[in-house]
Ligand binder design. Structure first.
Ligand code: NAP
Length: 231
């Protein structure tokens, strides 16, 4: 039997791109899905497709730059599923490319940290204690291998801060049955990655599920999805 059957999974940013691939793969594993984006309309087609395949699916909406909305989202998810088993923090924003890399404005940093760092951390902090109390949980925070691009520093720094949260929290999870890891999808052709990215969005699979399916109890791993992509 597949190990994730009937597990409840929240995928943020499930309306397109990598989040959509992750949602499809989790449904294939038998998970019950809560699909997040900024509007329920944006995940309606995916929800319909998954239901046709027999999955249990809910759509939820929240603007992740608004911390109060993030906390409402957490409560809504709890009310929908009772107990969340898998938190896939995937949603993120890319900040403008600042050719003059010293010209990034505070708003670049404020938005990227709100959506890419604070929102996933709030969701982790909300669901971690509940998962630990039940002795099982999987959290994946989607990061980025971006480096040496100061033109995108607001985005890059927000991901580095998320990495720090995962690395420094990981020791607390040892022996709890709950894991929290990082997933670097690789540079892929999505709205965020742009049309010149070398990889197809589908190549995030099967690697994106590696930290969910892992049974060794390890937290604080950096998983590169492209290491598992079919040649
Ligand atoms: N693509 C790449 O090359 C690449 C490389 C490294 C890392 N990543 C990471 O992979 C993840 C997914 O990226 P992607 O390329 O799939 O991006 P994408 O295609 O642009 O999709 C972004 C998703 O995030 C949601 N989102 C964006 N801003 C939001 C906000 N303010 N509040 C709530 N939801 C919001 C979007 O929902 P709406 O429908 O509401 O817009 C959408 O579902 C991100 O964490 C990204 O940093 C991507």
């Amino acid at each position: 039997m597949k190990p994730l059957v009937d597990r409840w999974a929240l995928v943020t940013g499930a309306s397109r791109g990598i989040g959509q691939q992750v949602a499809l793969a989790l449904a294939e594993e038998g998970c019950r899905l809560i699909l997040h984006s900024r509007s329920v309309e944006a995940t309606a087609a995916l929800a319909g497709r998954l239901r046709e395949q027999g999955a249990t699916v809910h759509s939820v909406a929240a603007e992740l730059s608004d911390s109060a909305a993030v906390l409402r989202l957490a409560d809504e998810v709890g009310a929908l599923c009772g107990s969340l088993d898998i938190l896939y923090n995937n949603a993120a924003v890319m900040t403008p490319y600042r050719e003059d890399y010293l010209s990034a404005v505070p708003a670049d940093y404020e938005l990227s940290f709100r959506v890419n760092t604070i929102a996933p951390i709030l969701l982790c902090n909300h669901f971690l204690p509940k998962m630990m109390a039940r002795g099982w949980g999987r959290i994946v925070n989607v990061t980025s291998g971006i480096k040496d691009q100061p033109e995108l520093m607001a985005y890059a720094a927000s991901k580095a801060a998320l990495d720090k949260y995962v690395y420094d929290t990981a020791p607390k999870l040892q022996g709890t049955g709950v894991t929290m890891n990082l997933l670097d999808p690789g540079w892929l052709r999505t709205d965020l990655g742009g049309p010149n990215a070398p990889g197809a969005v589908e190549s995030v699979l099967p690697g994106a599920l590696v930290p969910v399916l892992a049974t060794d109890g390890t937290s604080g791993r950096w998983v590169s999805a492209q290491d598992f992509a079919p040649l």
